[in-house]
Each structure stands twice: as structure tokens, then as C-alpha cells.
Unconditional design. Structure first.
Length: 582
């Protein structure tokens, strides 16, 4: 019981009796026990501990006694933005909760209404007038843990206490029947937990959420800027209920726990649409759930915002504006290929151009662009949609991915018949895209006749602007820059701060490698050349590698040498760079 249950004893007792919450005999017994404790226990604590009346009734009467309002806390009563006015350490230490601020007055829920020193501290911290309301310590702790969780642990004991007895029983035992799973997943504590996990992930700019049960804990991790970090650790007994709640949201089969499932959730956050792609996979200790977050605000970008170096941006724009042919973007999963293609489409989209996309799946809804989704189960493949699309009078076609020879051939045929085609491939660099198409079975002369350019890209973490500092990296890092003919005078890195979660990085920037298919390269490709020949020609034409472009951004102070080396694969080195290193 919180120490807010204060004197005077008789007045509190008289209020409880007058309201019918307590009888005289129980009050006398409680007063005797309170006196025997020699001031170690408050009357309210004794009454609640002995079960003579509820804590809610005690707090209600205390609010009358001290002339302050009593509040039963819920998520509609407070503004989460007020959390920033008082540190979490102070909130937890003194069991207080900032509720809302109106003009120059902050309303704070407290469990010790007569602590004058606490009121002064709150006033100094918030730098405004303080109005207090009385709430139970349990309610305050519950709200803090629900809406302001620790970075490592998520304690919801008080949330579970608020649920019904049946809900507590279901949560604390291993759920065996399907009905129990559905019941627990519908309880508000689990709903609040799942909502918070998603809300916090979107707020932090995460691309994926990993919810992983193991023998001892339920681990929640977010992928931010390409790296996973641990966020929460809810009690492991909640794993079945959390998985079931997410399945309900995604309209998946809650009864199937032995097979993988996929689903989709459409949600609104702060008035904007958020798409969640849900995947479940049975594991040793339960189902692992991975949620891919598709935030439409991340796709309304222009080519200028993607981090292109000035010379590469000009060259790529020329390829985007060509009347026909095929341009490819390559890189591993998560390297930003789709974002680049969407930005390219936005650059050329207009009322007099028929732009169409074929995707699996359609990740983002683009304004005034016709988008079609692959459905392999019914035979609606990339190739089949493309064939039909060619009869729809398109000007520009974006193919989500070239996965097989059939799709490649249809895409090339579209390019050869006067259409501008964009697509992606999974290759390590730009030159490898040509050999990949040849290995798929596409004839070299068709590739030579249709291919305009290949853009390879990676994403490097950007140095945090809040904690950016100069530093002197190891000699090997200097050598990496010298090896490609760059002289870097100043190196920067992030020392780690609250803004970047102590990582030293905040956000990402792309690095690029652009292969322009000129007449000389077309002649080479028609003869099905080896990869080394293509690279040699690209070297002579002055193509910069991914690593070279990345190190240029190191020179600009945007990222670190370590980041560039991590994401780039220096499969070949220009001759001039080798000479400069010798």
C-alpha cells in the first residue's frame, strides 16, 4: 500500500463509515492494530491489508479529506507527450505520473498528496505550476510500464492485476485450448502490450519487429537502420497470447500453430496509414512472429533525397528519362531498391504518361500509378501480368523483381517494343547483372539491345548529427581511402547519445555504382562475355565502385570507413587505384 494513506486516522475512518464502506467494529480493530504498530503502519494500509475495505474506497475518502481529486487512471486521461517534462528516474522513484498540461499548469497524479517537498521538486523540474490528483501507486506503476517501458524490460504485473481473475489464470498458465488463446488475446493488457510494441517500433523508425519466445523470456527486437536491437522483454507466459492477438489483427488462423502463416494489417497511426506484414513460424518454444512495417511516409521521396552523389544523380536521371529500354537496380534484400524505383517513377509520373507496376506484393500505394499484384496460387505470375499489361497501352512499366528467364524475356520484349522498363535483380554489383541474365538463359544479343543501365546500391548508416565528433581511425582505414585514390583529411564518427540509442548512427545514406551500357559494352554483351571483361570495360569508362562512392561520403563526413567496408564488396579495384597504393 502506498504511503499516501495518511493521517488524521479518525477522519479517514469516519469518512469510510459515513459512506458505508466500513463498519464501526472493523474500524476499531484496524485502529488497535495501527496503534500496536507504533506508527509503522497507516490506517489505510491496515484496512486494505486486512480486507476491511478496498484501496479504491480508501483513496476516494482520502481525496475528500485532503480536497484533491481522485482519479482512476486509463489511457484516455493522459497525454504521453508530458512524459518528456519529468525524467523517468524521478517518475519511478517518487511514483508520480504527469497527466496533461493546460497552458502553464501541469496536472500530476501522485500517491503522496501531502509531500510538500515533492510538490516543490515537480514545480522545479516541469518549470510550471503543478496541480495534483490522487491515484493509487499500482495504477501509476501500471501506466508507466505500459506507456513508458524500460529499454530492456517490460513489467506488466500491475496490468495483469487489473484484468479479471479468469484472464490472470489464462495468462499465467500454458494455454492448451484454442478458445483460451482467443480469450487471452482479447484482454486489454495484451492488446495494450501489442499496440505499444507496434507504436514504439513505428515511432523509432523500425523496419521490422521480431517477437521471439525462448525458454526463459519473450524477446522483442526492432530493426532500425538495418541493425537489430533489443527493446522489450515481456513475461514469457504471454507469448501465446501475444501471437494470437497479432494473428487476430492480421486475420490469420488462430487455431493453426504448427504451420507458418502470413497476414497483413492495415492500421492508422497519428492519422496516417501504416501497413504491417505479419509472418509466423513455429519454433521450439512457440511461434516466432516477424512484422514488416511499411510506412507510406518513407516512400514519398525524390531522387535528390536518396543520397546520390551529384555526378551519379545526373547520370541516373538521364537513364530514367529515356523513352525506352530497361534499367535495373541491384542489391541484397533491404538495400533500398524499391525506394529508388518508386522515386524514379515519381520523377517521370505525369497525367500524360501511363505508368504501371507489377509487384509481389504491392508494398506502397502510389498516387496516379496503376499497380498490379502477383498471385502465384491462381497463376497470376510476373510474366502473365506483363503479357496482359502490354495490351494495356503502358508507357512505363516497373517489374518488382526479375526472378526467372520467362519474366526476364517478357520484360526485355517490352523494352524492345518501345516501353521504358524498370526492375530489380539480386546481384552483388552492377556488372554481375549482365552475367546473371545470361545465366538465366537470356541471349546476349537481347540484353545488349535492350539494357540501358544497371544501378547497384547499398545502405550505410549515417553518423549521428547529435554526437558527431572528429576522430583518427586506424591506419588501415586511411589505407582503404588511399587505395581508391581518395585523400581524406578529417574522419568523423558518433560517440553515442540518447538520440541514436548509443549507437553513434542515426538514419541511413545510400552508396551507388552505376553501369552505363554504351555502344562498346553492347558489342561485348552480344558475345556473352565473362564478368571480368565487363568489369574491365567499365573500369576504362570510369565507373566508380560502391566502395569508392561510399568513401567519397566518408570524406563528406556522412558515414564512417567501417560502415562502407561492412556493406561494400570490393570485388575489383581500378588500375589507377592499385598504382596509387603501390
Amino acid at each position: 500500500m502506498a504511503s499516501s494513506l495518511l493521517e488524521p486516522k479518525l477522519r479517514l475512518g469516519a469518512l469510510l463509515v459515513s459512506r458505508g464502506y466500513l463498519d464501526i467494529e472493523a474500524l476499531e480493530r484496524a485502529l488497535e492494530e495501527q496503534e500496536e504498530s507504533r506508527g509503522q503502519k497507516l490506517l489505510g494500509e491496515v484496512l486494505v491489508d486486512r480486507g476491511f475495505c478496498s484501496e479504491e474506497h480508501v483513496l476516494e475518502c482520502l481525496s475528500v479529506e485532503f480536497g484533491i481529486p481522485y482519479v482512476k487512471l486509463d489511457n484516455k486521461l493522459f497525454d504521453p507527450r508530458t512524459f518528456g517534462l519529468i525524467s523517468r528516474e524521478f517518475i519511478e522513484k517518487h511514483t508520480v505520473l504527469p497527466l496533461f498540461k493546460v497552458r502553464d499548469t501541469l496536472t500530476v497524479a501522485v500517491s503522496e498528496p501531502t509531500n510538500v517537498f515533492l510538490m516543490d521538486q515537480l514545480r522545479d523540474l516541469a518549470k510550471c505550476h503543478i496541480q495534483i490528483a490522487l491515484a493509487s501507486a499500482k495504477d501509476i506503476r501500471r501506466m508507466v510500464q505500459t506507456y513508458l517501458p524500460n529499454t530492456r524490460t517490460f513489467v506488466i504485473d500491475d496490468i495483469i492485476d487489473d484484468a479479471s481473475d479468469d484472464a490472470v489464470e489464462l495468462i499465467q498458465r500454458q494455454v492448451a485450448d484454442i478458445g483460451a488463446d482467443a480469450d487471452v488475446a482479447g484482454q486489454s493488457p495484451v492488446i495494450r502490450l501489442v499496440n505499444f510494441i507496434v507504436y514504439q517500433a513505428v515511432k523509432e523508425g523500425a523496419s521490422d519487429i521480431h517477437i521471439e519466445p525462448n525458454e526463459r523470456q519473450l524477446r522483442v527486437r526492432y530493426r532500425v537502420d538495418g541493425s537489430l536491437y533489443q527493446s522489450l522483454e515481456p513475461p514469457v507466459m504471454l507469448a501465446p497470447a501475444v501471437a494470437s492477438r497479432i494473428k487476430i489483427m492480421a486475420n490469420m488462423d488462430i487455431s493453426e500453430r504448427r504451420l507458418p502463416q502470413d497476414g497483413r494489417v492495415h492500421a492508422l497511426m497519428e492519422g496516417r496509414p501504416i501497413d504491417l506484414r505479419v509472418s509466423t513460424l513455429p519454433g521450439t518454444h512457440g511461434e516466432k512472429v516477424v512484422i514488416r512495417i511499411l510506412d507510406n511516409r518513407n516512400i514519398n521521396t525524390s531522387l535528390e533525397q536518396l543520397g546520390f552523389s551529384t555526378d551519379l544523380l545526373d547520370q541516373f536521371k538521364q537513364q530514367v528519362e529515356k523513352p525506352n529500354g530497361i534499367s535495373l537496380v541491384t542489391g541484397p534484400t533491404g538495400s533500398g531498391k524499391s525506394t529508388t524505383l518508386y522515386a524514379a517513377l515519381n520523377a517521370i509520373n505525369s497525367v500524360d504518361v501511363n505508368v504501371c507496376t507489377v509487384e509481389d506484393p504491392v508494398e506502397f500505394q502510389l498516387t496516379a500509378i496503376n499497380q498490379f499484384q502477383v498471385q502465384d496460387k491462381i497463376g497470376l505470375t510476373f510474366a502473365s501480368i506483363l503479357r496482359s499489361l502490354l495490351r494495356q497501352d503502358p508507357d512505363v512499366i516497373m517489374v518488382g523483381e526479375i526472378r526467372d528467364a520467362e519474366t526476364a524475356r517478357v520484360a526485355i520484349q517490352a523494352a524492345l517494343t518501345g516501353h521504358l522498363v524498370f526492375s530489380t535483380l539480386h546481384t552483388n554489383d552492377a556488372c554481375s547483372a549482365v552475367t546473371r541474365l545470361i545465366n538465366m538463359g537470356v541471349e546476349g544479343y537481347l540484353i545488349a539491345a535492350s539494357l540501358n543501365s544497371v544501378l547497384a546500391q547499398r545502405l550505410c548508416r549515417r553518423v549521428c548529427s547529435k554526437c558527431k565528433r572528429k576522430y583518427d581511425p586506424p591506419r588501415i582505414m586511411h589505407a582503404a581511402c588511399e587505395r581508391v585514390g581518395l585523400q581524406v583529411d578529417e574522419f568523423f564518427h558518433g560517440v553515442g547519445c540518447k538520440h541514436c540509442r548509443k549507437s553513434g548512427f542515426s538514419g541511413r545514406i545510400s552508396i551507388h555504382e552505376l553501369l552505363i551500357v554504351d555502344d562498346g559494352l553492347k558489342e561485348l554483351i552480344a558475345d556473352n562475355p565473362p564478368l571480368s571483361t565487363i568489369r574491365s570495360h567499365a573500369q576504362k569508362q570510369g565507373m566508380l565502385t560502391l566502395r569508392h562512392d561510399g568513401l567519397r561520403k566518408v570524406k563528406e563526413g556522412l558515414t564512417t570507413v567501417e560502415e562502407v567496408l561492412r556493406v561494400s564488396d570490393e570485388s575489383w579495384i581500378p588500375k589507377h587505384a592499385k598504382k596509387s597504393d603501390e
